[in-house]
Design a protein around this ligand. Structure first.
Ligand SMILES: [Zn+2]
Length: 497
């Protein structure tokens, strides 16, 4: 009793990953998969011609290389294909056998038996479809050349066949890019003028493949961790020392709100710098990028305050936060009242917090305007652009890490599926830690040297401190310059310990 053939009709869900529309090689490579075994062989052209003639002789059909064409011939004259198989064993090898058996189209041997598909043949299907993945790969170009030849032959276009055969032989004989390019262009022109893919078959193929399990392209960490890094640890120490010296002097001459904000921010920035470097030493890229984003945020706000040089901004920076705290306390009272508590009882529960807020503020919290959202009308990214476009770039890049944008999720929380029969998609990774490389360390240090110079300028500090920081900045730029390629990546993996 013959097995029921898998129909090419599929449900909607199978269209996952299908690019229907223009001549998409991604879909066409599926339609032309039967040509892959021929294209993989050096004598593929001779074998293709022999196959065409054999099919025509024993079935009367003209095989144009596509799965749809094969399906028609197979439906019309299955017995003829048994002889074709005996005459063309190389074509029925590996991938072909796997593909035909996926759709229960396997051709019997002369003795009447139909060999099943082996795991090795399925693996070969995966391997070859992977090789044909790119429309410019050697295998895909050869598949196009064979397709052009078989199409011309199936239309009995003799002159065209001769030309297509010449082109195909040239493609098989050389890796010359011009020869390959001209065949690809011809194929594209032919496809644009004739029918499209058999959507049902391509979708069915995709669906069958989706039933196979996913694999994982496992992440390989860099050879070494980005921190500590020869030449940079010394610069980081100089930055830390300068910060410490600056914080040792309380600078009572600076107006109160300014002093609070400047020195508080500096302590925070120093702590965050340490955390970026510590996360990099663990090669924990996710943490390094998130700490970098907070560091950048604080640096932008502080530098913008220094740049604007307006005492009212410093006051607003503090009061905005405290006003929100007051708002939060008042909301608690509202909620408590909703439970049936009296206003007095509710207030008695938060009185101590309210009094503490008044003490921190130095005035009654009622005097504050509650403004929702960020403390300044100007966005942080616009502040960054005002200070230094470089800073704006870092801010934007680091922001998506803390917001969990797609870049960050793809980089830290997913692996690519390794099954070449699946459309390109991701799977949860088996390991966790992934490197962010040297970039967070470098950008954190660059920002800190620039910030320290800005603070020195603002508080009117000159002399040795400035000279030391200018030297640290110069050394940092020299280190970067020596290891940065023209397209912006760093060769830090090879820095000797
Ligand atoms: Zn998969």
């Amino acid at each position: 009793m013959p097995k029921k053939r898998r129909r090419f009709k599929v449900k909607e869900s199978a269209f996952t990953g299908l690019t229907v529309g223009e001549t998409s090689w991604h879909d066409w490579r599926i339609e032309l998969l039967l040509l892959a075994e021929l294209a993989a062989r050096e004598d593929g052209i001779d074998r293709a011609i022999r196959l065409f003639d054999s099919i025509e002789e024993h079935t009367g059909g003209r095989f144009d290389g596509s799965m749809s064409s094969w399906r028609e011939i197979s439906d019309a004259a299955p017995a003829g294909l048994v002889i074709v198989r005996s005459e063309n064993p190389a074509f029925f090898f590996g991938l072909t056998n796997a593909l035909l058996s996926l759709f229960n189209l396997t051709v019997a041997l002369l003795d009447g038996t139909t060999p099943g598909c082996t795991p090795a043949e399925m693996a070969r299907l995966g391997l070859l479809i992977d090789c044909a993945n790119s429309g410019r790969s050697r295998l895909s170009t050869r598949m196009k050349a064979v397709h052009l030849l078989l199409s011309a032959k199936s239309r009995s276009a003799n002159e065209e066949s001769a030309e297509a055969e010449g082109d195909a032989r040239a493609v098989f004989a050389t890796d010359e890019p011009n020869v390959a390019g001209s065949v690809r262009a011809r194929w594209l022109a032919m496809r644009a003028m004739s029918r499209g893919i058999n959507l049902d078959y391509v979708a069915a193929f995709t669906e069958v493949c989706l039933e196979m399990p996913c694999g994982e392209i496992v992440y390989t960490p860099p050879k070494r961790r980005p921190w500590p890094m020869k030449g940079l640890t010394d610069i980081a120490d100089r930055v830390r020392l300068s910060l410490r010296k600056l914080l040792e002097d309380p600078h009572p001459t600076i107006p109160i709100d300014q002093g609070d904000v400047i020195f508080g921010s500096l302590v925070r920035i120093g702590d965050l710098l340490d955390r970026v470097l510590a996360a990099s030493a663990d090669d924990d890229g996710l943490a390094a990028e998130i700490f970098l984003r907070s560091l950048t945020d604080s640096i932008i706000q502080l530098r913008w305050l220094l740049l604007r040089n307006d005492d009212a901004n410093f006051t607003k920076f503090k009061e905005h936060s405290l006003a929100q705290e007051r708002d939060a306390l008042e909301r608690v009272v509202d909620e408590l009242e909703k439970t049936g508590m009296s206003k007095e009882e509710a207030w008695s529960l938060i009185r101590r917090d309210y009094a503490e807020l008044a003490e921190r503020l130095g005035k009654w919290p009622e005097l504050l305007d509650v403004v929702y959202g960020p403390w300044s009308e100007q966005s942080t990214s616009s502040m960054a652009r005002e200070i230094d476009p470089f800073l704006a770039g870092i801010f934007q890049r680091a922001s998506d890490a803390s917001h969990g944008s797609w870049r960050s999720i793809e980089k830290y929380h997913l692996s690519r599926c390794s099954n070449p029969l699946h459309p390109a998609h991701h799977v949860p990774p088996s390991g966790s830690r992934r490197s962010a490389g040297i970039v967070p360390c470098i950008t954190a240090l660059m920002q800190c040297t620039d910030l320290l110079l800005a603070v020195y300028g603002y508080i009117g500090l000159g002399g040795d401190a400035v000279t030391r920081m200018e030297k640290a900045k110069e050394d940092l730029h020299a280190w970067i310059g020596a290891r940065q390629s023209s397209f912006g990546t760093f060769d830090w993996d090879n820095v000797e310990e």
